[in-house]
Design a protein around this ligand. Structure first.
Ligand SMILES: C[S@@+](CC[C@H](N)C(=O)[O-])C[C@H]1O[C@@H](n2cnc3c(N)ncnc32)[C@H](O)[C@@H]1O
Length: 241
């Protein structure tokens, strides 16, 4: 399956610059992924190409209008030959947390549309009519949806076979292995008196593997007690089965 992703954005240059300078370009060049950038301003009337207006009921800020977004989404649905196998994502601080698990789940979705919000966000009727999944990048507010959209795409794409030089690299990353990753070192062996741990130079692969696991356990317990707790719970559930 070749994954297709459409990003609906009034600022295509933001998306293009990330694509050009990231793994996403490699995925597209290798025929693993199709990316389409759709500008809602192309679906407006008038020379001002208006996509935002003042909120009903008053209050500060502008709201992205429903009509240009309806038309842009319908355009993508037609381009992707229908809604079968499609998810329409809206990055929003009100969504469920984006995580390694949601990235892994979305890598198997054939057609993904991502709507980038601006200003106070999008007219609620866009969410009610089209959005299948709302995802938050964390408990903070960004000024636009392009950065979350690229976080979503990058975290999915690096899990697709043929993108990373070695797919096993993503399998040993933090979260994929259910623990934090172990520390990494490269040349030189010594810098400013700081040494590479002796065990990594030993050539003994079994010992290196068990050292890495030990450090993963220690750092997870220390740095992320929440992940450590989950890890222990999963382990005891597996034992009970
Ligand atoms: C200024 S924000 C709007 C925030 C909205 N008024 C609220 O308080 O829920 C503009 C856009 O940035 C994006 N955004 C901001 N913070 C985000 C987050 N934590 N996760 C995902 N998207 C976010 C969304 O697409 C949003 O529509």
């Amino acid at each position: 399956m070749k994954q297709k992703i459409a990003i609906i954005t009034p600022v295509p240059a933001m998306i293009e610059s990330v694509i050009e300078n990231s793994m996403i370009r490699k995925a597209v060049n290798n025929g693993i992924l199709d990316v389409h950038i759709v500008n809602p301003r192309d679906f407006t009337k008038g020379s001002y190409r208006q996509i935002d207006d003042t909120p009903f009921g008053g209050g500060p800020g502008m709201v992205m209008m429903a009509e240009p977004l309806f038309k842009a989404i319908d355009f993508v649905i037609e381009k992707f030959s229908g809604e079968d196998g499609m998810r329409i994502l809206y990055p929003s601080p009100q969504g469920i947390p984006w995580s390694q698990d949601t990235a892994t789940e979305n890598k198997d979705i054939e057609k993904i549309v991502i709507i980038c919000g601006h200003y106070k966000g999008v007219d609620q009727r866009v969410i009610d009519k089209y959005v299948t999944h709302e995802y938050s990048m964390g408990d903070f507010v960004l000024s636009c949806g392009e950065i979350p959209a690229m976080m979503i795409v990058d975290s999915i794409v690096r899990l697709l076979p043929g993108v990373l030089n070695d797919i096993n690299s993503s399998k040993t990353d933090t979260f994929s292995s259910k623990l934090l990753d172990s520390p990494h070192y490269t040349q030189p062996r010594e810098i400013n008196g700081l040494q590479v741990p002796e065990i990594l130079l030993s050539g003994n692969h079994a010992k290196i593997k068990s050292w890495k696991k030990k450090v993963q356990l220690e750092t997870t317990k220390l740095k992320r007690p929440d992940i450590w707790k989950k890890y222990l719970n999963n382990k005891s559930e597996l034992k009970d089965e």
